[in-house]
Ligand binder design. Structure first.
Ligand code: UFG
Length: 322
């Protein structure tokens, strides 16, 4: 298939683009490089540098596209609270322009990067897709608004759409000479921060609270390997049905605590990784774990890189290659 990958110079987008190319698809990456990296765009993709809202129409206007995988987004929870306008414009308005281009050029399929942040503080864990969506920050609210927009386009205009709600994406795509992973200018995610300590660029890791109602007192998250996530995108593309918008949670269904993550990083790197207990971070839920039964049942998706040490060792391999 000829496919447009928005945000294909970013972490998840670049890894998915690499999987799509490996599977024989023709990939055009559209990215404004505001947070992505030109050298993360996999060899074999055609690269267009441009802002999503402004450039999507022109790119899709070239014709022949059978699908769009939409990753381009702002994704910093804290920033979204401080500067919500960036999220309504960069996520919601830009996605609206993309959807209009998809409609104008008759592109039949769309796969969208949604997030666990659409659920907010969960009432029930593991979280199913039927859980109430009550985002607690503008980032989650902007992704949920796009989900609603997509539903209406599927119903009214026949689009075959899938939203994939990621839990904690981690690890790296490490095959042959290809190394694609997480490198954010502003890093907020736990595993890359812990690995910075092992690499000697950070003194210690702060553990945000050890008085949570969890077995060891630290927050529990569902870490999903980015290659497993990419597998789900390929399955979503082939299972998409016209006039439907399907929503799937993507996680391993297993939670690991912050302390377990730090310990796995110590084992993988052999570094003592000093940890300092710090106050809780505002807005963190105690436990977030996905129920991905629907993706298993309907897409036949089963994550296979679920051991924490495997996830950490791929992230470490990527970090050392930088
Ligand atoms: N944490 C620390 N110290 C750090 C960084 C993180 O203890 O220096 C803890 C956090 O408190 C949290 C866990 O490690 O309990 C994971 O934190 P991340 O920032 O790596 O990930 P989040 O769970 O906060 O965020 C993820 C996605 C977001 C999404 C959110 C939904 O990365 O995009 O889930 O809640 F919005």
């Amino acid at each position: 298939m000829k496919l447009l990958v928005t945000g294909g110079a970013g972490y998840v987008g670049s890894v998915c683009a690499a999987h799509l190319i490996e599977a024989g698809h023709e990939v055009v990456v559209l990215d404004d490089l505001s947070t992505g990296h030109r050298d993360a765009v996999p060899a074999g993709a055609t690269f267009v540098e441009g802002e999503l809202g402004a450039a999507a129409g022109e790119v899709l206007g070239a014709g022949g596209f059978e699908g769009v995988l939409h990753f381009a987004a702002r994704s910093l929870v804290g920033e979204s609270v401080q500067r919500p306008e960036l999220y309504w414009d960069g996520n919601v308005v830009a996605s609206f322009r993309l959807l209009e281009a998809v409609r104008a050029h008759g592109v039949p399929r769309l796969v969208f990067s949604s997030t666990a942040a659409t659920y907010g503080e969960p009432e029930q864990v593991p979280i199913p897709e039927t859980a109430p969506t009550r985002p607690t920050n503008p980032y989650g609210a902007s992704k949920l608004a796009i989900d609603h927009m997509i539903t209406s386009y599927a119903t009214a205009h026949g689009l075959a759409a899938t939203s994939l709600r990621y839990f904690n994406v981690a690890g790296a795509h490490v095959t042959g000479t290809e190394r694609l992973g997480e490198r954010h200018a502003v890093e907020t995610h736990l595993i890359p921060l812990v690995l910075q300590v092992a690499a000697g660029t950070r003194e210690s890791i702060s553990i945000y609270g050890e008085d949570w109602p969890t077995p060891d007192g630290t927050c529990v998250r569902d870490y999903i390997h980015v290659d497993d996530l990419a597998d789900a995108h390929l399955l979503a593309l082939t299972h998409a049905t016209g006039s439907r918008h399907d929503v799937y949670n993507l996680g391993s269904g297993h939670g690991f605590s912050v302390r377990e993550v730090v310990e796995a990083c110590r084992t993988v790197t052999g570094h003592p990784i000093p940890a300092v207990v710090a106050p809780r971070r505002a807005g963190d839920p105690a436990v977030l774990v996905a129920s991905s039964e629907l993706a298993a049942e309907r897409l036949g998706w089963k994550p296979s890189r679920t051991e924490l040490e495997r996830i950490v060792s791929d992230a470490w391999e990527f970090a050392r290659s930088r």
